[in-house]
Design a protein around this ligand. Structure first.
Ligand code: ZN
Length: 298
């Protein structure tokens, strides 16, 4: 019998809550990420109507988060720049209210797990899921497992070389214009050009600059992590022309140094969009819940 799980993608902009077990079996609700008390109460109210029927709940959250089970703040969102959300006990609040096992990881790790199970990462042991939207984050699958290490990777705060003609002061509250997110997340694009990305025409200089930063980051990740594939999601990447620019710029920056397939001859199959679209994160909640209950050990 297929177990029924709850899943939450707790994003910086929206919460997605779902009940089900896979992409074909899923009922979801979406709402804005308002205050912690309000958003968590809405999530609890949704799952409460399935009380007694859920085997577990998997939560993929924006971060940074505390994943150290020995820590008194395990299950918390910790030092986030998002107003009101620092030191929020996500797992404790949900587990106490719903009385079911709660699995916890980053939103991007959850999305990476879902893409590995049902999407663009099927059959691969090493790949990256990177999202560029309100923030920038990445989940890394290495040897078939999601990388945690000391905490979890923070690909979005990798430092990049600033373009010599870019005078923008940057937007990361921790790193200003030094890091990927500070230079290239959606809010940075909007502040730099005084216009939302969605309103910038295809030949606007914003996009060459954006490709410059995204490609630099990809080159760093390719050289440090040697992924078999890079899955690029998030609102900013929904512009098709940007994906082409990123591929071309990545190829240019690597300058023939990495002689491996499919990067070398088929970059279109190497840098791809998520197969699961904007459901990758919440579907990852099902994978996390399964893993917590020992049903799947990926
Ligand atoms: Zn930063």
């Amino acid at each position: 019998m297929t177990e029924l799980y709850g899943a939450i993608e707790a994003g910086g902009t929206k919460f997605v809550c779902a009940v089900g077990s896979n992409p074909e079996d899923l009922t979801e609700v979406r709402f804005s990420t308002t205050s912690p008390s309000e958003a968590l109460a809405r999530a609890i109210a949704f799952f409460d109507s399935y009380r007694g029927r859920l085997a577990g709940l998997g939560v993929g959250s924006f971060g940074p988060i505390d994943l150290d089970r020995a820590s008194p703040r395990y299950g918390y969102i910790t030092s986030t720049p998002k107003p009101g959300w620092s030191n929020t006990d996500v797992v404790g609040t949900l587990a106490n209210a719903l009385d079911i096992p709660v699995a916890f990881d980053t939103d991007v790790n959850a999305a990476a797990l879902a893409e590995g199970r049902w999407g663009a990462g099927v059959g691969l042991t090493d790949f990256i899921y990177l999202t560029i939207g309100t923030g920038i984050g990445g989940g890394v699958i290495c040897n078939g497992r999601v990388v945690h290490g000391m905490m979890h990777p923070e690909l979005g705060h990798s430092f990049l070389a600033k373009h010599p003609e870019d005078t923008y002061r940057g937007r990361c509250p921790f790193h200003g214009d030094a890091c990927f997110e500070g230079l290239a997340a959606g809010p940075a694009i909007e502040e730099r050009w005084q216009k939302a990305g969605i309103d910038l025409v295809e030949d606007h200089p914003a996009w060459a600059l954006q490709a410059h930063y995204v490609a630099q980051a990809l080159v760093n990740f390719i050289c440090t992590l040697s992924p078999q594939k890079i899955i690029l999601g998030g609102g900013v990447m929904e512009q098709q022309h940007l994906l082409s620019r990123v591929k071309a710029k990545t190829h240019q920056l690597l300058n023939g140094y990495i002689q491996a397939e499919p990067l070398l001859s088929d970059i279109d199959s190497y840098i791809v969009v998520p197969d699961l679209g904007n459901q990758a994160g919440v579907l990852g909640g099902f994978v996390l819940a399964e893993a917590l209950l020992g049903i799947d050990e990926r």
